[in-house]
Ligand binder design. Structure first.
Ligand code: HEM
Ligand code: CA
Ligand code: CA
Length: 304
């Protein structure tokens, strides 16, 4: 059972300590924002929010972070958690008392707010998981090619409804994608269309020039072409104008079942913020470990 004041007696200043460390990281690089946010999502969807994604592989265990779907997680997300954990552990009363899973949840709240998004209370009391394998990632994370039914099914498996899924997808209002993740939409889309017809013509040609056919696979583009460094509701306005980068983004507008939600949140950013907070809070409850099912790691990347 998570609660907001879980560390009140254990480490009363944990929120301030994490916030300061995250802010320092943010001042060094904006990439901390999308990287940490995506890291939290990929953690929670595989074995719950238990910091399993932070575990490093060893000679005897290929960990989650080395699954193909996690190889594009940016290092600055991991580094944000490591820095925040070090700041927490530097306070004697707090040393090894705050879980990596909770530090990731707090850091995620903080990066969203630092990028101009809403702030919200974070429920705490998660333990760190005892297992992390690449194999356990199979089929647990959504693919950019997904349609609405596939998205809804995968989010429902984590206790999230369609509105939650649409709200959380707006995380793509910040950050980058490698060209390969949407190449099918701009080159050889189908027999009748070179380009995905749900993509705006202008945007498609911009994407084609940034991501030509044999582009270096390391090249990445902003997912929100308008306000890439602002956590805002531009994501929904982009969908309305055919500027959704992935099939899984654009489908939220093309499918009539989710379009009204997209339109509502494009119009009303306060309503979006509220829905996003609700959905993030639900995401943070997924598969939480307590008791014998977890512990508090001394090093977030290594089992105790
Ligand atoms: C709805 C289904 C989703 C799909 C199919 C999806 C897929 C992807 C893909 C393919 C990328 C690009 C990775 C790369 O090439 O580097 C990406 C990036 C990103 N995703 Fe998602 N995602 C989804 C939902 C979410 C959710 C729920 C969140 C967080 C709440 C999220 C946060 C992010 C962020 C912040 C980035 C940018 C990462 C960076 O710049 O380092 N995504 N996503
Ligand atoms: Ca996890
Ligand atoms: Ca934005």
């Amino acid at each position: 059972q998570l609660k907001q004041n879980y560390y009140a007696n254990i480490c009363p200043d944990v929120e301030k300590i994490v916030r300061n460390a995250v802010q320092k990281k943010f001042q060094q690089t904006f990439v901390a924002v999308p990287a940490t946010l995506r890291l939290f999502f990929h953690d929670c969807f595989v074995r719950g929010c238990d910091a399993s994604v932070l575990i490093a592989s060893t000679s005897s265990n290929k960990a989650e972070k080395d699954h193909p779907d996690n190889l594009s997680l940016a290092g600055d997300g991991f580094d944000t958690v490591i820095k925040a954990k070090a700041a927490v552990d530097a306070v004697p009363k707090c040393q090894n008392k705050v879980s990596c899973a909770d530090i990731l949840a707090l850091a995620t709240r903080d990066v969203i707010n630092l990028a101009g998004g809403p702030s919200y209370p974070v429920e705490l009391g998660r333990l760190d998981g005892l297992s992390s394998t690449a194999a356990s990632v199979n089929g647990k994370l959504p693919q950019p090619s997904f349609n609405l039914n596939q998205l809804n099914a995968m989010f429902a498996a984590n206790g999230l409804n369609q509105a939650d899924m649409v709200a959380l997808s707006a995380a793509h209002t910040v950050g980058f994608s490698h060209c390969g993740k949407f190449a099918n939409r701009i080159h050889n889309f189908s027999r009748s269309n070179t380009v995905d017809p749900t993509l705006s013509k202008n945007y498609a040609s911009q994407l084609q020039s940034m991501c030509p056919k044999n582009v270096d696979p390391r090249i990445a583009v902003n997912m929100d072409p308008n306000t890439p460094r602002k956590f805002d509701n531009m994501y929904f306005k982009n969908l309305q104008s055919g500027h959704g980068l992935f099939t899984s983004d654009q489908v939220l507008f093309t499918d009539s079942r989710s379009r009204p939600t997209v339109n509502a949140w494009a119009r009303n950013s306060a309503a979006f913020n509220q829905a996003f907070i609700t959905a993030m809070t639900k995401l943070g409850r997924v598969g939480v470990k307590t008791g014998k099912n977890g512990n508090i790691r001394r090093d977030c990347a290594v089992f105790n």
